[in-house]
Design a binder for this molecule. Sequence first.
Ligand code: SAH
Ligand code: SF4
Ligand code: F3S
Length: 473
Amino acid sequence: MKVFLQTFGCQMNKYDSEIMRSLLSKEGYKFTDDWQEADVILVNTCSVRQHAEERVYSYLGKWGKYKQIKKPNIIIGICGCMAQKEGMNLLDKMPYLNLVCGTYNIPKINEFVRHLLKTGGRRIETSEDYVDFPAPLYEAKENKLSAWIAIMRGCNNYCAYCVVPNVRGREISRPVEEIENEVKELARKGIKEVTLLGQNVNSYNIKYQKSPREIQGISGTKSSESFKDSRGNIKNDFALLLKKINDIEGIERIRFTTSHPKDMSIATIEAVRNLPKVCEHIHLALQSGSDKILKLMNRKYTRTQYQKLIEKIRENVPEVSITTDIMVGFPTETENDFMDTYNLVKEIEFDASYIFKYSTRPGTKAAELKDDVTEETKNERLNKLLSLQKRIAQKKNEKLIGKKVEVLVEKCDTKNSETMCIPELNKFQKCYVGKIRNFKSVSFQSDKDLIGKLVKIKITEVKRGLLYGNRIP
Ligand code: SAH
Ligand code: SF4
Ligand code: F3S
């Protein structure tokens, strides 16, 4: 039996897809990249913007038609955030759909697929009872150096525009020992870099909350402010977790995403500064530079607080790279509000910004407001910010020319071989690509097989937003 699995959405969704892939492989299913070959088509979905949902519907339309005309026994399933959000509506809308598997039910995918292949029936699984998620398998993939690990699930923040708390449920932190054991296992398998995942990793809480029902009713903030322990030392659960993972032998780099500004503690900033394996990169979503809009968004920080936080981070970790998410066209956003964002981006100079047009999500607080910024204005603001960010990134990249950096080599750089390396290539030289600690990619040549190694590179050039360099001893 062959499975085709398509994934949309954030890293947590990609991680969940790895879990599904591992579970199904263990049961003997083979995976195919060609959906027409598959007996089972699964799509792991995202609901964060309307556009993300529309893409899924268009794929489903294509697969559904194929099933009706050519291959009636094929099993088609929707998993993840859209499944959790839309539930029964999906089965009603799509007669060819067999499975709706919500975000909490992914660990039970084998049971569902087995049953549906036998019966050809239809099944909806969107219960919100918490189950443990197994770790994905990594053995299958050669040269794999990096792995994700969810340290928490769900979100309690209820940003006014955001559907995630509705589709991923209440925030639950995994027990620290469970995370440590999983990372130790990854290190044993040769993984060198782990990325700790959560919607808001700074509110990671060591007190394991097994049942979401027990903490239902908590909405808004769960404070994870750093606090003092009995000896007066600053203690913070996320910083402590970083420390514990830093102690694991074999792991060479630790990354984490995402951080919410309201919960970013001094202890975490100090952990980035002091712990040698924790990389100097912080993704810190700004969303807007206007206090009025931030308040409407329920972000719980002001423009000034965000500026101060950036100062604090840069003071402690001068070589840090800071990336962000920004939204344009939130309801009632005026030209002045937008310019507040524009000017703040200009002042802060992020290393990279992911910029989105606001999209109304039914069921969220912001959906009660009129989506009053026209598409044309949203596009204008988006393009203005994109070109500003491009200029900033170019300037920041150029500053790296001449610097010596440490690169974790990921793969042969086939894309750049064509444009940059082929003229000089001989049978001993190959082009490699990897990331430096602050998350930027660097391309370089070498005559040795360096995949999986940490090497020193001197940056020589920036071309089309990419860094190039030479290996140094
Ligand atoms: N938990 C993460 C964000 C997850 S969603 C965090 O808080 O940092 C990723 C990004 O999608 C958000 O930061 C936001 O910029 C964007 N986003 C979320 N809801 C959106 C909406 N309704 N319309 C447009 N963009 C949205
Ligand atoms: Fe959404 Fe806000 Fe939670 Fe991020 S912190 S997932 S933007 S509600
Ligand atoms: Fe991620 Fe999209 Fe769900 S951003 S949590 S896949 S709604």
